[in-house]
Design a protein around this ligand. Structure first.
Ligand SMILES: Nc1ncnc2c1ncn2[C@@H]1O[C@H](COP(=O)(O)OP(=O)(O)OP(=O)(O)O)[C@@H](O)[C@H]1O
Length: 222
C-alpha cells in the first residue's frame, strides 16, 4: 500500500485580538491508501482544524505535509485547486449549499471542473442520489429543506466525483439512525469499491468503531 498522507505538524496557531490558540503541537499522521480513520478528541482540541489542513483549505501552519507523495508547500494554486476539486471530497459540518440553486444543481457543482465524459458523470449522479434516496427532493432549494435533507445533499456533492480521499466532519451528526446508516454505507462502499481513503471526525463511538483505526487528538500543555 502507498502512503497517501504524510503530515508532520509542529503547531497551528490561531491569533484572535489579544488571545492566541495553539493546536496540534508535534502532531504526526501517516495514512496508507484505502485506510479508514476516525478522528476523535474533546471539543476544541483541533479536529476540524486538522481536517482543514489535510483538505488543503488551511495552509497556515508550521510543519510539513506530503499528499499523494507531493510536498504541498511546492504546489501551485492551480495544482492545489485541482486536488481539492477532483481528488478530495469534503463533508463539512456547515458546507454551504448555494441557495439559488436546486439540490440537484448543487450536487452537480463539481462537474464544472471535471473533464470526465458527461455520460459517466450522469451515471455517478444517479447512483449517488438513488443510494441516498434523495430523488424526490432534488428540485428543492436549500432554504426549503430540513437540516437532514441539506446534510444528505452536502454529502452527495462531496462524493459525487468518487474522490480518492473523503474527509468527513461529523457527517452523521444531524441525521436519524436510518440516514446515518445510509451515509456510512456510502462512505464505506466508496472505500471498498473505489479504494477511497476515509478520514472521519466524529463524537459517535459507534461511527468511530466502524473505521480501521481511531486517532485521538489530545491537548498538550504549552
Ligand atoms: N478561524 C479561527 N480563528 C480563531 N480561532 C479558531 C478558528 N477556528 C478554530 N478556532 C479555535 O481553535 C480551537 C479548535 O477548533 P476546532 O474547530 O478545530 O476544534 P474541534 O476539535 O473540531 O471542536 P468541536 O469538536 O467542538 O467541533 C477552538 O478553540 C476554536 O475556537
Amino acid at each position: 500500500m502507498n502512503e497517501i498522507i504524510g503530515l508532520d505538524i509542529e503547531r497551528k496557531i490561531y491569533k484572535k485580538r489579544a488571545s492566541t490558540v495553539t493546536l496540534l503541537q508535534n502532531f504526526s499522521l501517516n495514512v496508507q491508501e484505502g485506510e479508514k480513520i476516525a478522528i476523535v478528541g474533546e471539543s476544541g482540541v483541533g479536529k476540524s482544524t486538522l481536517l482543514n489542513i489535510i483538505g488543503l483549505i488551511d495552509r497556515d501552519y508550521a510543519g510539513t505535509y506530503h499528499l499523494f507523495g507531493q510536498d504541498v508547500a511546492e504546489l501551485s494554486d492551480r495544482e492545489l485547486a485541482y486536488l481539492r476539486n477532483q481528488k478530495i471530497g469534503f463533508v463539512l459540518q456547515e458546507s454551504a449549499l448555494i441557495n439559488s440553486l436546486s439540490l440537484a444543481d448543487n450536487i452537480k457543482l463539481p462537474f464544472l471542473y471535471s473533464k470526465d465524459p458527461k455520460r459517466h458523470l450522469a451515471e455517478r449522479f444517479d447512483e449517488v442520489v438513488t443510494t441516498l434516496g434523495i430523488e424526490p427532493i432534488l428540485s428543492k432549494k436549500p432554504l426549503d429543506c430540513s437540516g437532514g435533507e441539506k446534510a444528505r445533499a452536502v454529502f452527495a456533492r462531496a462524493i459525487v466525483m468518487s474522490p480518492e480521499i473523503v474527509l468527513a466532519d461529523e457527517p452523521t451528526a444531524s441525521l436519524d439512525i436510518d440516514n446515518r446508516e445510509k451515509i456510512l454505507d456510502l462512505i464505506f462502499k466508496l472505500n471498498e469499491e473505489n479504494g477511497s481513503t476515509v478520514l472521519t471526525v466524529t463524537h459517535d463511538l459507534y461511527v468511530a468503531q466502524r473505521h480501521d483505526r481511531v486517532v485521538t487528538l489530545q491537548r498538550k500543555e504549552i
